[in-house]
Design a protein around this ligand. Sequence first.
Ligand code: KG4
Ligand code: ZN
Length: 465
Amino acid sequence: MASLGSTLSSTIYRLNLSHTRHTIRMFRALSRNIRPQKRSSHRRLFISPFSSANSISSTSNCSTNLVFNDNLVVLGIETSCDDTAAAVVRGDGEILSQVVSSQADLLARYGGVAPKMAEEAHAQVIDQVVQDALDKANLTEADLSAVAVTIGPGLSLCLRVGVQKARKIAATYQLPIVGVHHMEAHAIVARLCDRDLQFPFMALLISGGHNLLVLARDLGQYLQLGTTIDDAIGEAYDKSAKWLGLDLRRSGGPAIEELARKGDAQSIKFTVPMKQHKDCNFSYAGLKTQVKLAIESKNIDAGIPFSSASIEDQRLRADIAASFQRVAVLHLEERCERAIQWALEIEPSIKHLVVSGGVASNQYVRARLHEVVARNSLQLVCPPPSLCTDNGVMIAWTGIENFRLGRFDPPPPAVEPDGCQLDLRPRWPLGEEYGRGKSIARSMRTARIHPSLTALTQASEYQSL
Ligand code: KG4
Ligand code: ZN
């Protein structure tokens, strides 16, 4: 049985350990939900995601190998970028509710995410989004086992809104709290969708801000095979859509995907990025520029919305969209092909490639990557589109997986001390870089980056030896 009496606080946020109510509550939560399968002989130390980089929280002495009943019920909160999302998920994977409030109108108006406005938009809807998630699940906060919340990476101002809400609920209802890595959640939600998906597996995570190829060795343990040296593919979709005068109310990606179906993908010969670099890194800044130049050379006026453009102009725009998408995805295909070879050399037992993140909801992306995976005798795992774009389910589920391993913090105190600094991780790498995948261009931009989730997980395991 897990003993929680020795749970330590983070250095950022000192908890009163004589305050035993939360300890008892957590003990109850664990004893309701956890049955150790194999008793670990050593104490398991864990650097909580809520702790500062150098502080170590020792949680329970539970083994990493645990069997659970399905009684866990976790609320997940996500506010790292432009969607305010919450969901309630059970330990058996049943999604009890899922609510997303999108800032698409703001995006359409300003053509991108403005942090201050995004923060205000989150603050306006967060209470309602969480309440709706609870109502739809037919539950109250008192029925929850824990609260999971994204603490990074993302925009600090936006992360803060979700973290403050999560801490308020956790403090009021004396619930444990799990700090979640947004990109880990994009990958781990695939394990909710496909119960056969075991570690190790590969993941391609493609969103508005990230382009990651990782080898997922275990929960919290990722080897980064490749990342972008400049922009992510989602950013390239969004900017191309904006410059083509498309309706951005559903974000740029779906608008380009739809228009590309009507265009000739071979009509414009964009160059595939980074051909000469035999690694697994990505670059989309140059392709963005190529699209801009193509638009200018065809005299397309993005000021004229697509719906008001002439038939000929619409055809030209469709050709650019289709040609852009072909090359943008070809870049993914080439890097995945190489990453699969690398990953199989490191872990020959790999059987799956997970593709997740907003861009993974694109049908063309899925179809092309399916070919790559099939050629290499692997299986493709793509969560449904609603779980690829930002959502609360992925946060709740990753919270559940971490909670099961004892990776959580005790409830915050009811009154936060003055000047209490929240642990937010705007720039938080997921994994350690694989030697062959290191990019000189990117390593020059490493200032103010938080230690990776994997470094923290490994440090905690080292401490437990
Ligand atoms: O994961 P996500 O929802 O948020 C971030 O973490 O960034 O990804 C958002 C990105 C946006 O760039 C959006 O345009 C793109 O995913 N996206 C798509 C599609 N749906 C969303 N890109 C291409 N095709 C789509 N169908
Ligand atoms: Zn995301």
